[in-house]
Design a binder for this molecule. Structure first.
Ligand SMILES: Nc1ncnc2c1ncn2[C@@H]1O[C@H](COP(=O)(O)OP(=O)(O)OP(=O)(O)O)[C@@H](O)[C@H]1O
Length: 234
């Protein structure tokens, strides 16, 4: 990665969808900068474009205008292969539903991306175990997803997302499917990981309490990102 501590830059990003004859503008000059070690909440009403923004930042979709820069590389003009490589090496994704592979243990689920990355099995297993310990579920490493609680499954999913030491973690409602206490545990584990590893995270959430515990918050207003204040009722 470049020397700069800036990991993600979203610059004047626009995204429009066709709705019949009409043009639906979702992002309209969205700007955002994320630095190493930062955990930023994305709090905005349903349908305002949170997932759309995460898709742009995660190189899953291309903006209609503007630029996404990751680790100093402007991604718009890169080939599909280069974008896939950045997605695989530098970005971790966490979703509301964990999408763990049911036939594999927690440990194996965290090992898999590392094996795909070419890491020897022994090293992948060691790192996977370390990450699970870090998420305080090391003792459940041999269990399959169905033998784990929702919060435990989500912690495995987070460990898997950071297994290849990405620069950037993008999470779409990672605690949306959990009760408030479990959501708090998962959030704490995620926060500790961000601080410890120096990655940065953009986390879409409807949970204002969790959002207020992050370094800062942003919200979407008329397609632009503006600072979010915990007191604001959205
Ligand atoms: N491929 C698409 N084609 C047309 N419209 C789309 C497409 N994807 C998203 N939209 C529309 O764009 C808007 C923003 O969607 P998005 O999923 O980004 O919202 P969101 O803020 O993540 O919502 P939620 O909190 O409900 O998940 C919505 O009105 C949605 O219907």
């Amino acid at each position: 990665m470049a020397k700069s501590t800036v990991v993600l830059e979203v610059k004047n990003v626009e995204r429009h969808y066709a709705q019949g004859e009409k043009k639906l503008t979702i992002l309209n000059g969205a700007n955002l900068t994320l630095k190493r070690g930062e955990m930023v909440a994305l709090v905005a009403p349903s349908g305002s474009g949170k997932s759309t923004l995460l898709h742009m930042a995660g190189l899953l979709e291309k903006p209609d205008a503007g630029e996404v820069i990751i680790g100093g590389r402007s991604c718009g003009t890169l080939s599909d292969d280069a974008r896939t490589a950045i997605r695989r090496n530098d970005i971790g994704f966490v979703y509301q539903f964990h999408h763990l592979l049911p036939e594999f243990s927690a440990l194996e689920n965290v090992m898999l991306p590392q094996l795909v990355h070419g890491l020897p099995k022994k090293d992948a297993a060691e790192r996977a175990q370390q990450l699970l310990e870090y998420m305080r579920i090391g003792a459940r490493a041999k269990h399959r997803p169905t033998e784990l609680s929702g919060g435990e499954q989500q912690r495995v999913a987070i460990a898997r997302a950071v297994a290849n030491a990405p620069l950037l973690l993008l999470a779409d409602e990672p605690t949306g499917n959990l009760d408030p206490v479990t959501a708090g545990y998962v959030f704490e584990a995620l926060g500790a990981l961000v601080k410890q590893s120096g990655l940065c995270a953009l986390i879409a959430t409807h949970n204002h309490e969790l959002a207020s515990r992050m370094d800062r918050g942003v919200t979407l207003h008329k397609g632009k990102l503006v600072e979010w204040k915990p007191a604001l009722s959205l």
